[in-house]
Design a protein around this ligand. Structure first.
Ligand code: NDP
Ligand code: 8X3
Length: 257
């Protein structure tokens, strides 16, 4: 353990270099947690190191060796982890199944499903060392809704839902809470990544809509994490008012009848 204050509670956030993860890291630091931020783009994490004193470590959740090195480093610095936010994730492409792309499917399932499973398994010993702990999984409305072109992504988020529910059964009786956060449209780098850097196509997703921000979702995560110890927020669905479901979106101003 290096320089850890007695009452310091540690929060690990995966995918903290952008969007919801970055906002969550800032929010948790503001709530009093010492944040460990992981992602592949270490240069982007350096901003968090400067802004909130986060420990920033390289992490690729698709690589077991990277996860193991990350957790070893966390263990060397801190003796337990109180919060794990499994946020790292992506959508790749929007092709129908008939034109599906293997590399896109692999990227989504490897990151959103296997990455989350592996990261959770690796962190569980440290979570179990905390007096009480909390796992927050970033699901999505795509975890219980589907849309054309979304099979790979929605399958991955349906799996996240299954994993959150399974963990709640497996860890029942231990002081570890499991929360799944299910956002609708959040304007982050998500669509830019999905459409491989096509900024116009990404912008079209949010055309005429006031989408959620990463900070809106982080606030929901902060609320779940700061409930009294006996309260488990199972699932939280949060969308823009203009989005009724994954494909029913009102574009334009809201009108009173
Ligand atoms: P962003 O693209 O802005 O952020 C994604 C983050 O995940 C980045 O920090 C990225 O970091 C990280 N990441 C991606 N792949 C890996 C990997 N292999 N290993 C480690 N980190 C990785 O998108 P969002 O903030 O929107 O997405 C965050 C989560 O929220 C995802 O799980 C997404 O599915 C979910 N979500 C998003 C919604 C939206 O509309 N935006 C709605 C519902 C859920 P780096 O590239 O540096 O590794
Ligand atoms: C992101 C929301 O509707 O693009 O998880 O699948 S959606």
């Amino acid at each position: 353990m290096i320089g850890m204050a007695a009452a310091e509670r540690i929060a690990v956030v995966t995918g903290a270099s952008s969007g919801i993860g970055e906002a969550t890291a800032r929010m948790l630091a503001g709530t009093g947690f010492r944040v460990v931020a992981g992602a592949r783009r270490l240069d982007r994490l350096k901003t968090l190191e400067a802004a909130i004193g986060a420990v920033v470590l390289p992490l690729d959740v698709r690589e077991l060796a990277s996860i193991e090195a990350f957790v070893r480093d966390v263990e060397a610095r801190f003796d337990s982890v109180s919060v794990l936010v499994n946020n790292a994730g992506l959508a790749a492409g929007l092709e129908p199944v008939g034109a599906g792309d293997d590399a896109n499917w692999r990227a989504m399932l490897d990151t959103n499903v296997l990455g989350l499973l592996r990261m959770t398994r690796a962190c569980l010993p440290l979570l179990r060392k905390a007096e009480r702990a909390h796992i927050v999984n970033l699901g999505s409305v795509a975890g219980f809704e589907v849309y054309a072109g979304g099979a790979g992504y929605t399958a991955s988020k349906h799996a996240v839902r299954a994993i959150s529910r399974t963990l709640r059964i497996e860890l029942n009786g231990e002081p570890i809470r499991i929360t799944e956060i299910d956002p609708g449209m959040v304007e982050t780098e998500f669509s830019l990544v999905r459409f491989k850097g096509d900024a116009q196509r990404a912008a079209n997703v949010y055309q005429g809509v006031e989408p959620l921000t990463g900070a809106d979702v982080a606030e929901a995560i902060g609320w779940a994490v700061t409930r009294p110890a006996h309260v488990n927020v199972d699932e939280l669905v949060i969308r823009p008012i203009q989005q009724a479901n994954a494909f029913t979106v009102h574009r334009g101003s809201l009108k009173r009848q």
